[in-house]
Design a binder for this molecule. Structure first.
Ligand code: DC
Length: 229
């Protein structure tokens, strides 16, 4: 008999967490939740309401308005993953822009924002059978997860991956800007007071700088099988 488990995948930005998480969820028939998308959607909302821009940030305005933010995921059969909806509108494309990436770490550092999103994430995973990726999944959201992975890769490899992704989407971006953004986000995410990005003591570290997707997937699947059988 196989049992359903919780798989927590944390790590630095652009380490390929979501790619591997989606593959695992598909293979296992589990739910996949991209928690970064939730922080990005709250950031998009704050930008739309003019609570935040490159030059200003009024966290209190966002905090008072948090109850008006409704987040949901809807599975897209064609794409094979769930898309992010903000107050009923599909924002999957808008949340991946460099503008959102530049501001998201500031929004994610606000405790009230984290409290709301963590409680929604815990609700989604209460029946197990879930793969969730983010920064605090193994430490805060599911400290009892049966399998915790911590993904790392060199900043250069990560920036190159993100650059290719954005260029393929047709965005006009510059490699240096992406590299700076990846490094700056890691700095803010790792040094914030509330739930900083740290490896859980019982997580398995995975450096995939020089590892192909197939090898990564096989290695992780053997860890999963070890836990479910
Ligand atoms: O995974 P991502 O790059 O899409 O995440 C965007 C930002 O959201 C990231 O810089 C930090 C924040 N985040 C977080 O603080 N906690 C999470 N569980 C997921 C993301």
């Amino acid at each position: 008999m196989t049992k359903k488990i919780t798989i927590a995948i944390d790590g630095f930005s652009s380490t390929g967490k979501s790619t591997i998480a989606k593959q695992l969820a598909k293979e296992l028939g589990y739910i996949y939740v991209d928690t970064g998308a939730m922080y990005r959607a709250v950031t998009l909302y704050a930008m739309q309401q003019n609570y935040i821009s490159e030059n200003h940030f009024n966290p209190n305005d966002l905090i008072t308005d948090l109850s008006n933010i409704s987040l949901s995921f809807t599975f897209n059969e064609n794409l094979g993953f769930a898309e992010m909806f903000l107050n009923g509108i599909n924002v999957e494309k808008e949340i991946r822009t460099i503008e959102v990436s530049k501001l998201v770490s500031k929004v994610a550092a606000i405790s009230e924002v984290r409290k709301k999103l963590v409680s929604e994430q815990q609700e989604m995973g209460k029946n197990k059978g879930i793969v969730m990726d983010g920064r605090d999944i193994g430490t805060v959201v599911f400290p009892d997860a049966e399998l915790k992975l911590f993904m790392t890769a060199s900043a250069d490899k990560r920036a190159t991956r993100r650059y290719k992704e954005l260029i393929e989407r047709g965005d006009k971006v510059n490699y240096q800007e992406i590299l700076q953004n990846v490094q700056e986000r890691d700095r803010i995410d790792s040094t914030r007071e509330d739930s900083p990005l740290v490896m859980a003591s019982d997580a398995i570290e995975f450096d995939n700088s020089d590892m192909g997707l197939k090898e990564q997937f096989e290695r992780i699947m053997s860890l999963v099988n070890n836990r479910i059988n």
